[in-house]
Design a binder for this molecule. Sequence first.
Ligand SMILES: Cc1ncc(COP(=O)(O)O)c(C=O)c1O
Length: 286
Amino acid sequence: MAQFFPGNTCIYLPQPTWANHEAIFKFVGLEVAWYRYCDPKVSKLDFEGLMDDINKIPEKSIAFFQGCAHNPTGVDPSQEQWCEISQLVKKRQLFPVFDVAYQGFASGDFYNDAFSFRTFLQDGHKVAILQSYSKSMGLYGERTGSCTFIADCKSEADTILTQMEEIIRKTYSSPPIHGSRIVVEILADENLKYMWFQEVKMMSERLKAMRNALKENLEKAGSKHNWDHIVHQIGMFCLSKLTPKQVKKLTDDYHIYLPADGRTSVAGLTTKNVQYVANAIHEVTK
Ligand SMILES: Cc1ncc(COP(=O)(O)O)c(C=O)c1O
């Protein structure tokens, strides 16, 4: 995008987003700007702010979205809101880019979780979709994902592919092969694909169960704070609303490790440790 995008090479990111987004885009020479997304203190989508800010983005800029299970907020637009966002992006003539790192984590269903970018596709956008299988297939160390561009015609697709190959050759040269062979093996076999969908569903249900258990154990420990956001947020992460000081105390006194912004990995909770974590959170938030 930094080299060939014909419009304004400023990319607009949700505020907040995964910290590496800003780092990556600045590193390749894109300008970075923000649209309102979610106030972590309220833990609710700021839909009005989002629409208002997107409406002000200069035409022919790049609008960046997380396809589902937003990291770090655990807050996604509803299906109706995605439809409205798609229409606005169209009106502003923006180029939408979707980062899809947690497909299946939001609803447990791969097709449901593709609603955002499928809606954009149905609405006739040209989009870029960046998908990762690191989490959904447990292939973190294999660097396996895909990059999809939608083109108008074969010659445009060929041009994009040639440019992509050129960049790849000059950066990582060729991708690791084992992860992608595993993905192909699974997706090309109906039985394996079905088993994988079931496992993703099971994993997503476990995350939901851990959210409930954390909230219940906080209440059992006697916490008087409102922890509803733990169960309302979705996906792998929970923006806990802990302050940097409380996070430091969790780490120093209880050896529970998380970033200073209070983002907790729900995947790290188990039936064996959830009570310990809840008691520790209660102690540091008293
Ligand atoms: C939103 C988001 N996008 C992308 C990634 C990176 O994915 P990959 O493991 O494929 O580099 C992550 C996390 O690791 C993420 O949270």
